[in-house]
Design a protein around this ligand. Structure first.
Ligand code: GRF
Length: 210
C-alpha cells in the first residue's frame, strides 16, 4: 500500500480525479492527505467530505521560501508519503525541498512540455499559432516545469478557440492523464534512466501519450 500526499492551491479538480480513480480502480494506495498553501482552496472541501486528512501550510505566514518549504516538508512527511502529487500547487519550490522528494514527486503542467513552461500556457499556445496543445505529467526537478516526462495528452487547437475553450478541452484530458500517470507510479512501473522515464510492461498506448 503506497501513501500519496496531494498538494493543491485552489480548485483541486486534478486532485479529485486522482482520488476518484484510486477509489474506483482499487489502487494499492491510500490518499494519506491533501495539503494546501491557501486556507481558502476549494479542493479542501472535497477532501474533507471524503474523510481524507487535510492540512494548511499558508505561505503568507512565512517570510522566506526556505522557511515555508521546511514547514511544508514537515507537514507532508507526517504522512510518510511514497509519492507527492502536485495538483495545481502554485508555488516555486526550493532546491532542498525538490531534492528531498527526488524521484517521488509528480506535477501536471497544462502544455506539451518543453513548450510553454510557466503560467499562461493556453494563451501562449494560441498566440504561437499552435495546432496542437495539451498537458504533461513529469517528475519534479529543480528547474520549473522541467523534469522527466511520464505522459502527455494532446488536444487540437480549433480556429475559434479562446483561452477558456482551450483550457477546458485540456482540463478534460488532464483528468484522465494524471490518474493514469499516478497509477503507473503506484504500480511500480516507472523508472528513470539518464533523465528519461521508462514504463515497464507498457501497453502501446501507455508509452508516449494517452
Ligand atoms: C491545471 O490546469 C494544472 O495543469 C495546472 O493548474 C491547474 C489546476 O487545476 N498546474 P485544478 O486545481 O487541478 O482544478
Amino acid at each position: 500500500m503506497k501513501n500519496i500526499v496531494i498538494l493543491i492551491s485552489g480548485r483541486g479538480s486534478n486532485m479529485e480525479a486522482v482520488v476518484r480513480a484510486a477509489e474506483n480502480e482499487g489502487w494499492p494506495a491510500r490518499i494519506a492527505a491533501v495539503i494546501s498553501n491557501k486556507p481558502e482552496a476549494k479542493g479542501l472541501e472535497f477532501a474533507k467530505a471524503r474523510g481524507i486528512p487535510t492540512a494548511v501550510v499558508a505561505n503568507k505566514d512565512f517570510s522566506s521560501r526556505a522557511e515555508f518549504d521546511a514547514a511544508l516538508q514537515e507537514s507532508i512527511d507526517r504522512f510518510a508519503p511514497d509519492l507527492v502529487v502536485l495538483a495545481g500547487f502554485m508555488r516555486i519550490l526550493t532546491a532542498p525541498f525538490v531534492a528531498h522528494y527526488e524521484g517521488r514527486m509528480l506535477n501536471i503542467h497544462p502544455s506539451l512540455l518543453p513548450l510553454f513552461p510557466g503560467l499562461g500556457t493556453h494563451q501562449q499556445a494560441l498566440d504561437a499559432g499552435e495546432t496542437e496543445h495539451g498537458a504533461t505529467v513529469h517528475f519534479v526537478t529543480a528547474e520549473l516545469d522541467h523534469g522527466p516526462v511520464v505522459a502527455q495528452a494532446r488536444v487540437p487547437v480549433l480556429p475559434d478557440d479562446t483561452e477558456d475553450t482551450l483550457s477546458a478541452r485540456v482540463l478534460v484530458e488532464e483528468h484522465k492523464l494524471y490518474p493514469h500517470a499516478v497509477r503507473l507510479f503506484v504500480e511500480d512501473r516507472l523508472s528513470i534512466t539518464d533523465g528519461e522515464v521508462r514504463i515497464t510492461n507498457a501497453a502501446p498506448a501507455e508509452t508516449t501519450s494517452i
